[in-house]
Design a protein around this ligand. Structure first.
Ligand SMILES: Nc1nc2c(ncn2[C@@H]2O[C@H](COP(=O)(O)OP(=O)(O)O)[C@@H](O)[C@H]2O)c(=O)[nH]1
Ligand SMILES: [Mg+2]
Length: 310
């Protein structure tokens, strides 16, 4: 692994596809070229293909054009470096850590469409919180799908985490209620609630979320402390639309971007920054419990622009 830390190597590995397609495409376009208006137009087209979003593309192109006119950017390689710095500057210093309760259990409500990666991300969060010395309880509020409760149960067993579950097909709010009571009684540090993710266009799901929110707030003051929306990075622009829908119904406080390893659409992180006021708090780069990382924008951009293969 050389000089790279394990986390950085894993991030680079996870971003291989995005790096090859997105930054690889930019590098191929820019390397060895002298900057002129034609090249800037070609750059614009490439950026638009890369999922970074229309506004970010416009801004990046504007900056490059300014640099070109001022005589600062002459070679394609200089443009690539300028893009990297410009992208890094999109994220101001910010606290992206999980908001924890000052006393009593911290409650994290996890939401997102079916298949986004909620349950797997919860397993990863359990692992991450354990490593941080915190005790965790999970509540299986995804009672609608056959097997969903069982899936969480299997993870809980593997990770040595306690679980509160209800009947399959039962009322998710009742499970949330029981889980909050258990979290308080057992004095756990963090309670994570898994929820159902039927299509976001279905109104009842959004009402269900509001209900869960209310039950938690009543049981545990200040809760839920985080409402994490899990998005599937492979869904590209669809993931953005889901985020808009969910944030309208629930007070989403952070995003977990899952499956960054399975996609060439990592540019979506930039589009999320551009179009939503919601911070990405974690990224998922694989299916194992240890494949979750706190999102670090500078490291993310560096991993994207890294020249060696991950
Ligand atoms: N490669 C990869 N697969 C993931 C990741 N997160 C979840 N998955 C897979 O995506 C599928 C759906 O995940 P699941 O947690 O069941 O989604 P849920 O329906 O939202 O709870 C499963 O096969 C997971 O193993 C990730 O970060 N990387
Ligand atoms: Mg699930």
């Amino acid at each position: 692994m050389g000089l790279l830390s394990g986390a950085m190597a894993k991030l680079r590995g996870g971003l291989t596809r995005t790096r090859d397609v997105f930054v690889g495409g930019l590098r191929t376009l820019l390397t060895g070229r002298i900057v002129d208006e034609t090249l800037i137009d070609e750059l614009e087209a490439k950026l638009l293909q890369g999922d970074v979003g229309v506004r970010t593309t416009a801004r990046l192109v504007e900056r490059v054009r300014e640099g070109y006119k001022a005589g600062r950017l002459k070679r394609g390689e200089e443009v690539l470096e300028a893009l990297r710095e410009e992208l890094k500057a999109m994220w101001p210093e910010a606290d992206r850590s999980l908001r924890m309760a000052s006393t009593g259990p911290t409650v994290i409500l996890v939401t997102g469409v079916n298949g986004a990666g909620k349950t797997t991300s919860i397993a990863k969060l359990c692992h991450w919180l354990h490593a941080d010395g915190r005790s965790v309880l999970v509540g299986a509020c995804d009672t609608f799908r056959a097997g969903a409760v069982r899936q969480l149960e299997i993870w809980a067993e593997r990770l040595g985490v306690e679980i509160v579950r209800g009947q399959e097909g039962g009322d998710p709010a009742a499970v949330a209620f029981d889980a909050c009571a258990a979290a308080k009684a057992r004095g756990v540090d963090v309670l994570i609630l898994d929820t159902a993710g039927r299509l976001h266009t279905q109104d009842p799901l959004m009402r269900q979320l509001e209900k869960l929110h209310k039950v938690v707030a009543k049981q545990i003051p200040g809760g839920p402390h985080e409402v994490l929306l899990v998005l599937d990075a492979t869904a590209g622009q669809n993931a953005l639309r889901q985020a808009e829908e969910f944030s309208r119904a629930a007070k989403v406080t952070g995003i977990v971007l899952a499956k960054l390893d399975g996609t060439a659409r990592g540019g979506i992180v930039i589009a999320i920054r551009e179009s939503l006021g919601i911070p990405v708090k974690f990224v998922g780069v694989g299916e194992r419990p240890e494949d979750l990382q706190p999102f670090d924008p500078a490291a993310f951009i560096d991993a994207l622009f890294a020249e060696e293969r991950g």
